[in-house]
Design a protein around this ligand. Structure first.
Ligand code: DC
Length: 232
């Protein structure tokens, strides 16, 4: 492999992985804005597939049916318009908006993310986006599978009860009814499923920097990450 290609692969990519509710989305947005990079929300892509397959009532246990349905799946991502906004997700010409941001859609995304054909198609799309460089990619496998040669990798973790508290606050702020115990149970189940699936499970890349965000606010974590990326 030529030197040029190695440089390209090592492109300016920051990966941020970790379980749900650890602060990945807010941090990814903030780090991307500070660096002038594009924020790639890979979870939104799995959520969009979940919504698409659910609307078509596809049998998720039938991989051939899933693959056939995905042949008609067209996804476009648009940068967030406001500072704290989500990325725009358009499926087959239709903006999905907040419909993919519920806890149920998080669980469904986790379910479809274990289907091999879904993973390989989304991974290919993510890698194509990564070729542009200057990306902050957020997800479960961005440092291990999607961008193993990324220059900066972070793995965030936090106590499950703190993550459930944050996720509950986010859902309340979005006007959704929240049962705190249920949120905690969903987080624990989703972690277990994401960590135990056969393909691209949630795990720390060997070369990722681990940050426990349980007792740190977003700004402090962001400062730490920027210090690493900017070499301060
Ligand atoms: O980050 P999120 O909550 O939007 O992700 C929803 C689900 O999608 C998550 O529980 C597992 C799956 N996912 C994945 O398997 N790989 C990724 N890179 C991102 C998300």
């Amino acid at each position: 492999m030529g030197k040029g290609i190695m440089k390209e692969e090592k492109g300016e990519i920051v990966t941020i992985d970790g379980p749900s509710g650890v602060g990945k989305s807010s941090l990814s947005r903030q780090v991307a804005t500070a660096l002038g990079y594009t924020y790639l929300d890979t979870g939104a892509m799995y959520r969009a597939v979940g919504l698409f397959l659910r609307n078509l009532q596809v049998d998720l246990d039938d991989e051939q049916e899933v693959a056939a349905a995905l042949a008609g799946f067209n996804l476009q991502l648009f940068p967030a318009t406001e500072k704290d906004g989500d990325v725009g997700v358009v499926v087959n010409g239709q903006e999905v908006g907040r419909a993919i941001r519920t806890s149920e859609m998080g669980m469904l995304a986790s379910r479809v993310s274990a289907i091999p054909t879904v993973r390989s198609q989304l991974t290919t799309m993510q890698q194509a986006i990564g070729l542009q460089g200057k990306i902050v990619a957020e997800g479960r496998d961005t440092g291990t599978v999607v961008f193993p040669s990324a220059r900066w990798k972070f793995y965030l973790e936090a106590d499950p009860s703190e993550r459930a508290r944050r996720r509950g606050a986010q859902l309340r702020a979005a006007g959704q009814g929240v049962d705190s115990q249920e949120v905690l149970e969903m987080i624990i189940k989703r972690d277990r499923d994401d960590q135990s699936r056969a393909i691209a499970p949630l795990q720390k890349a060997d070369d990722a920097i681990v940050i426990d965000t349980s007792f740190l606010d977003i700004d402090e974590v962001c400062r730490k990450m920027l210090a690493v990326v900017q070499g301060k």
